[in-house]
Ligand binder design. Sequence first.
Ligand SMILES: Nc1ncnc2c1ncn2[C@@H]1O[C@H](COP(=O)(O)OP(=O)(O)OP(=O)(O)O)[C@@H](O)[C@H]1O
Length: 353
Amino acid sequence: MPEIRVRNLTKSFGAHRVLDDVTFTVRDKECVTLLGPSGCGKTTTLMSIAGFQTPDDGTIVCGDHVFLNAEKRIDVPAERRNLGIVFQSYAVWPHLTVAGNVGFPLRIRRQPKRVIAERVAEVLALVELDAYADRYPYQLSGGQQQRVALARALAYSPDVLLLDEPFSNLDAKLRERAREWLKQLQHSLGLTTVFVTHDQDEAMALSDRIIVMSGGRILREGTPEEIYRAPADRRVAEFVGQCNFLTGTVQADGDGTRRLLVPEFTDGIAVCGKPDPGAGPEATIAVRPEDIVLTTDPGDGPEARVLDTSYLGDHYESQLALGALRLIVRTTARPAADALHVRIPAGVATFVH
Ligand SMILES: Nc1ncnc2c1ncn2[C@@H]1O[C@H](COP(=O)(O)OP(=O)(O)OP(=O)(O)O)[C@@H](O)[C@H]1O
């Protein structure tokens, strides 16, 4: 499968710039997710790759095939890009059976009947719907309909798969199953895939890499672990999981470690990794709720008061007060009501811009 190279995409609707210098690469066999809040430009980016939107500027290349070169006025029509596309709504035709739906792209490509029948049987087996070939969409569940849409996208062996919130109409349980199932299929077929979602759990579970967008720009790009552990940008940290933010002054220790000095933690908080907070003395760090340790040892850290605790099945989530500072903490055991001390271990806090 080819890789996709998107360079310097820019798109405005009137005075509203919805894509601003968007550049990324999706490598061969990779599943990359565009993640971000509603209106951040994910769909516009995907539709530009698909050929349903024409950016004002930039280039899109798929393998050796130049899809778009705005400067040279190259814009290959969608039907000549050989992409498999699945949208949010179940885009299956109600008047055609499952087999009729899946075979449709092959019929318009004037493939012989025998070839169509073989290929339809092959992709229906892939999406585990071989027993449903003669059913009509109204006789299928939402998840099954979405699998028909996916089978249809796979029927003509696309070079790349483009998926825009394909599971958003499914309930939570079905969504999780569909996600697992798509991941296995994507890996076993080695499909270069671009996935669009605003659901961070879905992005984390499915992707080799995640691209976080906001306001038409890419904020951060990395593996799910990199995005979660070192978000680098406050908006990314807020969007992917929960986070505590603490602002203070930076002190560099002799051994190269840096500490954030905040009034509540008299010894400061050891901060790891990049990015460098910059030349200024003030910086903000991000600390995930599950990384904060609660103890009963006064030597461990400042004393905290529990404002509220919620039981969430596999963990407890508590709101703590340390003077004026508020922290969200996630623990496996219910925190003690009093004599509670807070420790932020070295290596868990990262700088954010
Ligand atoms: N045809 C259009 N005319 C004017 N504005 C548009 C058009 N299409 C998209 N936009 C605007 O461009 C911005 C980006 O839209 P886009 O659909 O790419 O966002 P998104 O991140 O996919 O959002 P969502 O998750 O809600 O689908 C939005 O502010 C949207 O209102």
